[in-house]
Design a protein around this ligand. Structure first.
Ligand code: HEM
Length: 148
């Protein structure tokens, strides 16, 4: 009796048990006669939907064997498409079987000198050097004039 109570309790939680597939499992269903998709960590058997899909059957077949979430999102499917999906839900994906995306890491930039002192000195020199040359020129002119 006690055992049966435990079993019943267990079954009530088991009722919500979801099937978990690996990507390899799902990848086997990749044809017009048997087409499964992985979208947002859920698995959908869209075989019966292929003919009715407004975007055509080919896009769905070519989205098999991988995480099709980005393909699905890029289209900007409507809320009615999301509701429709529930009808084809067959289980969840074991996300550890989906190869992780390789993030783009930009090449390392050379380390620029953050010290602005040299920049400041160059600016000052750019101003002072012509002034100095002008001063020398005026001086020479003045000197040569007075000696003549
Ligand atoms: C269970 C999965 C899917 C369902 C239930 C579904 C449903 C729909 C629905 C209802 C539309 C009409 C437009 C809308 O209401 O958003 C649509 C359009 C479309 N879908 Fe899907 N779709 C699914 C998966 C995908 C996937 C994986 C792709 C891959 C690229 C895709 C590509 C498209 C394209 C290209 C259109 C046409 C968009 C246009 O002409 O503006 N769909 N889909």
């Amino acid at each position: 009796m006690i055992l049966s109570i435990f079993v019943t309790t267990d079954q009530s939680t088991m009722g919500e048990e979801r099937k978990v597939f690996t990507l390899a499992d799902v990848s086997k269903h990749n044809s017009a006669k048997d087409c499964w998709l992985v979208i947002h960590n859920k698995v959908y058997d869209v075989t019966k939907f292929l003919e009715d899909h407004p975007g055509g059957d080919e896009v769905l077949i070519s989205s098999t064997g991988k995480d099709a979430s980005n393909d699905f999102d890029d289209i900007g499917h409507s809320t009615s498409a999301y509701t429709m999906m529930e009808e084809y839900y067959v289980g969840d994906i074991d996300s550890s079987t989906i190869p992780s995306k390789v993030d783009y890491t930009p090449p390392k930039q050379p380390h620029y000198n953050q010290d602005k002192t040299s920049e400041f000195v160059i600016k000052i020199l750019q101003f002072l050097v012509p002034l100095f040359i002008l001063g020398v020129a005026v001086g020479i002119r003045f000197y040569t004039k007075s000696t003549q």
